[in-house]
Design a protein around this ligand. Structure first.
Ligand SMILES: Nc1nc2c(ncn2[C@@H]2O[C@H](COP(=O)(O)OP(=O)(O)O)[C@@H](O)[C@H]2O)c(=O)[nH]1
Ligand SMILES: [Mg+2]
Length: 363
């Protein structure tokens, strides 16, 4: 999975990048360089940790996310940076960082802190970019229409109608992800890589002094900006970046000193992201490897097995399934079997979150 971090200058993108990657990319004025920061991180998974304790495998493989911290390239005088937009279009999730922290030593790109305005600035650019793509395509279709046969014409007309529907939606100042579209329509326009169709996580970068006001702020932002395909989290990027350089115990202590209880916001953000993308995970466990496999919800056992290797889907016979909770309670696969709780499922089985699967196949 690939996640891109965008936002106006000095909103805290690189600080967030460092927090999630435990990295040390340069923040502040020097981070304006034109090269994106790229880092791959494992998705924390306590279920996998617990499985690894039972199996003590040679290797534990967590799901991975690639994070890209994009330098800001505004519309400016040279128009939209199409190359940037194209690479944004290929992302699975957009993380839009919005500055809410006030800090006189960090000049604000727009002169003052105003989250509503800043959200709008970037959204408008993304909408413009999609609009430009659509307009180009519609113009091309119009010229194609003149030379195609009648049979192809109706197909083109239908496609053009869909693009025009999307165009009107953008022109109203809305993102494509809020447009009601049939699954077939979404598939039909997938290759355009529209940026405003990508699920978005709005990260409100709050100041250290706002940590006590989280609930109030999130409610206001949610009322204004919460909509389909978008989730909102509040994070103090600077604090999280500092915490990420500490060991777990130190970080925990520091967190409680700051009054930060509950799940760390970055873990929450990943859970929210999985949810937005309709993902969950199954697990495989053995002496060689314990591993988490993120998959789309609703996949059948053979489809899920295909993520491990196409042979497992092709030659799928059946699958032994243990629920993660029951396996942990039993303490071992042998004990679980003895209790009669190791199920055997066939090709129609829909995989559930936390299933520990052993696929039997023959090719
Ligand atoms: N006080 C405060 N400063 C922050 C926070 N997040 C980022 N900064 C500072 O703002 C400056 C710009 O941050 P940076 O992450 O480089 O922003 P970018 O331009 O969006 O990548 C840096 O000096 C950061 O230390 C925050 O939550 N609180
Ligand atoms: Mg930066």
């Amino acid at each position: 999975m690939k996640i891109g971090i965008i936002g106006i200058p000095r909103s805290g993108k690189t600080s967030l990048f460092n927090a999630v990657t435990r990295g040390s990319a340069i923040v502040g004025s020097y981070s304006a360089a034109n090269e994106p920061n790229i880092g791959t991180v494992q998705v924390p998974d306590t279920r996998l940790d617990a499985l690894a304790e039972i199996y003590t495998p040679k290797k534990t493989t967590y799901a991975e996310i690639q994070w890209v911290d994009y330098p800001y390239a505004g519309i400016g005088s040279s128009g939209i940076d199409q190359q940037l937009m194209q690479s944004l279009g290929e992302l699975d999730v957009l993380v839009h960082v919005v500055r809410s922290f006030a800090d006189a030593s960090v000049p604000h790109d727009q002169g003052s802190v105003d989250t509503d305005r800043d959200i709008g600035i970037l959204e408008l650019e993304l909408q413009f970019s999609d609009l430009e793509l659509i307009e180009k395509r519609v113009t091309r279709i119009e010229s194609e229409m003149r030379s195609v046969k009648t049979a192809e014409r109706s197909e083109l007309e239908r496609h053009q109608k869909l693009l025009n529907k999307m165009k009107s939606h953008l022109e109203e100042g809305s993102n494509l992800r809020t447009l009601e579209m049939a699954e077939t329509e979404i598939q039909e326009v997938k290759h355009y890589n529209f940026v405003t169709l990508i699920p978005e996580l709005l990260v409100i970068n709050i100041g250290e002094d706002q940590l006590g006001e989280v609930e109030g702020i999130i409610e206001t932002i949610n009322n204004e900006h919460g909509n389909r395909g978008r989730a909102i989290v509040l994070i103090c990027a600077k604090v999280e970046a500092e915490l990420s350089t500490m060991n777990l115990d130190e970080a925990l202590e520091f967190r409680s000193e700051l009054g930060l209880t509950g799940e760390p916001p970055l873990n929450n953000a990943i859970a929210i992201t999985y949810d937005m993308l309709g993902l969950h995970s199954f697990l495989t466990a053995g002496e060689d490897e314990c591993r988490a496999w993120p998959i789309q919800k609703g996949l059948t056992a053979p489809q899920a097995a295909g993520k491990i290797h196409s042979d497992l889907e092709r030659g799928f016979i059946r699958v032994e399934v243990a629920s993660y909770e029951e396996l942990i309670l039993a303490g071992s696969m042998a004990e679980l079997k003895k209790q009669g709780k190791l199920r055997t499922e066939g090709k129609q089985y829909i995989v559930e979150d936390g299933d520990v699967m052993n696929v039997l196949f023959n090719v």
